[in-house]
Write a protein that binds this ligand. Structure first.
Ligand SMILES: [Fe+2]
Ligand SMILES: [Fe+2]
Length: 183
């Protein structure tokens, strides 16, 4: 399974995005070990989290199903379409039916009111994998490896701040996650 997913990703993602996925996967597996989370599920969720980034092929192929699943916020923010598209790719191309894996893929960019350990691991790894170089990343990295919950809040704050600074709409999932998990 791992090899067929990697072959699919190599074919469908840019080299840079593929490198990002491998970075997310290695970070996520380390966090999973530290937080006693299922390594197989983590591997699949991490590998497939951006599988919907391939807008040209997958988007066309699954556009009809995707459109039915988008909420009103997502419809106006195309950058968020790849979450649900990724979950569709995981199901349709790789027959993954595990809800925990599919949820982690769906929640990886704007989070949600309820975040499992796996959801948090994928969310955080997406932001702190070794290829990420933005200002402040080191603080989030350190926090995440010390305490996943803390790392998650730092990551969420960083992403919400980024969206605010762009004057873009914030998905309610991010706000709900913030209100529930901030301490
Ligand atoms: Fe993504
Ligand atoms: Fe990603």
């Amino acid at each position: 399974m791992e090899n067929s997913i990697k072959a699919y990703l190599k074919n469908n993602l840019t080299a840079e995005k593929y490198r990002h996925v491998l970075g997310v996967t290695s970070t996520a597996l380390k966090l999973a070990k530290k937080n006693k989370t299922d390594a197989d599920k983590t591997l699949l969720a991490a590998l497939l989290h951006d599988s919907g980034k391939n807008y040209k092929k997958a988007k066309q192929k699954y556009l009809k199903i995707l459109k039915k699943r988008l909420d009103k916020y997502e419809r106006s923010i195309p950058a968020l379409w790849h979450n649900k598209l990724g979950a569709i790719v995981a199901r349709k191309e790789f027959n993954i039916k595990d809800r925990e894996i599919l949820n982690a893929i769906k929640k990886h960019s704007y989070a949600d009111m309820n975040m499992s350990k796996l959801d948090k691991i994928i969310y955080v790894s997406d932001l702190i994998e070794p290829n990420r170089k933005f200002k402040g990343v080191e603080k989030i990295r350190k926090a995440a490896f010390k305490d996943l919950d803390k790392g998650f809040i730092y990551a969420l704050k960083s992403k919400i701040t980024y969206v605010f600074e762009k004057n873009a709409p914030v998905h309610p999932g991010s706000v709900n996650a913030w209100n529930k998990y901030v301490k």
